[in-house]
Design a protein around this ligand. Structure first.
Ligand SMILES: Nc1ncnc2c1ncn2[C@@H]1O[C@H](COP(=O)(O)OP(=O)(O)OP(=O)(O)O)[C@@H](O)[C@H]1O
Ligand SMILES: [Mg+2]
Length: 319
């Protein structure tokens, strides 16, 4: 199929968002509604569904667009450092605080603060975050002076926050403060009609980057991609196409279709613990042994994954 036959109508407000499915259009309509307000938005969805892209789109369509968009990945910052990263500190606030540091809240002043992986914010930090959001002010660590802030908050997570609240892993008051306007992104398998457009988009993106002109995708390749459930969603599709572009020698996309086949990881009749052990080990392998990444894919907090690994006798080495 020639690539240029896979076209979509241009979307004025969302130039970088590809897709024509009803599920995506519903999401974009919600973004257009909420973006001009100052309401807190909670972006929900599986890994790789485009949560960050949507957060940025909300900022760009808001009156704050000419002020900073500051992103904090709460899962990537070590627990003990998150507080000073968010709120900053004064010189001498603690050993090693050699000079004043401006936190992300302050950096985002008049703009948008994006708290990514918000489910990973440690419980003990949650009251301080809630207070800053509610009272629109905070103190740098080691300071008694209260600094006012004017931010719009967008938060995202792939975890089930309702369940985390039930399990006492996330404070309910903060949860209700965050879920003023939730937007749930559909998984890619729920909108397979977007796959051909995304395939074209990524083929052109990586073709250009690697100086290769690819203008054809066979229908066998397209059908295999449409049938695959894409557990890693758009990011997985993007990585798959990048690899395909590398493998392509001519003007037709040569995709490694053997990768789109399910390998039966466990036998029928396995004990529940064996299935869990196998699945967790596989997620860890696919995440390069990085616990926070595997935890996100499994949609559990890091602490839960650590506890499960201990219980099931899984170590990061020798996976
Ligand atoms: N509709 C889309 N059109 C084009 N590219 C997209 C779309 N949605 C996502 N992407 C691309 O897919 C990749 C993953 O998107 P993004 O990082 O926003 O997902 P995420 O939901 O934040 O993932 P994670 O939960 O793993 O952080 C990015 O490279 C992004 O640009
Ligand atoms: Mg993200």
């Amino acid at each position: 199929m020639p690539l240029d036959s896979l076209a979509q109508a241009p979307k004025q407000n969302f130039p970088e968002i590809v897709g024509c499915s009803r599920a995506l259009k519903r999401v974009l309509a919600q973004v257009e509604l909420v973006a001009p307000t100052d309401a807190t938005v909670l972006v929900l969805g599986e890994i790789g569904t485009g949560k960050e892209l949507i957060a940025l789109a909300i900022h760009r369509l808001s009156p704050r667009r000419n002020f900073p968009f500051v992103s904090v990945n709460c899962a990537a910052i070590p627990t003990g450092l998150l507080e000073s990263e968010l709120f900053g500190y004064e010189k001498g606030a603690f050993t090693g605080a050699l000079q004043q540091k401006i936190g992300r809240f302050e950096m985002a002043n008049r703009g948008t603060l994006f708290l990514d992986e918000v489910g990973d914010i440690p419980l003990e930090l949650q009251p301080k975050l809630l207070r800053a959001l509610q009272e629109k002010c905070f103190e740098r660590l080691g300071s008694t002076r209260t600094t006012p802030i004017d931010i719009r908050l967008v938060a995202a997570t792939n975890q089930n926050l309702t369940q985390m609240v039930g399990d006492k892993l996330f404070r309910s008051d903060l949860y209700y403060r965050l879920k003023v306007f939730p937007i749930t992104l559909p998984a890619l398998r729920e909108r397979p009609e977007d796959i051909p457009l995304l395939a074209r988009h990524f083929t052109e993106k990586y073709g250009e980057r690697m100086g290769r002109r690819i203008d054809f995708i066979s229908s066998t390749t397209l059908n295999a991609m449409i049938d695959w459930p894409w557990p890693g969603n758009i990011r997985e599709l993007e990585n798959f196409i990048e690899k395909a572009v590398i493998l392509s020698r001519g003007t037709s996309l040569r995709a490694p279709l053997s990768e789109l086949r399910i390998t039966p990881a466990v036998q029928a009749g396995s004990a529940l613990e064996d299935v869990e052990r196998e699945h967790i080990a596989r997620m860890l392998r696919e995440s390069g042994g990085v616990i926070s990444v595997a935890a996100r894919r499994l949609r559990v907090p890091r602490t839960t994954l650590n506890a499960l690994m201990k219980k099931l006798g899984i170590s990061r080495t020798g996976l």
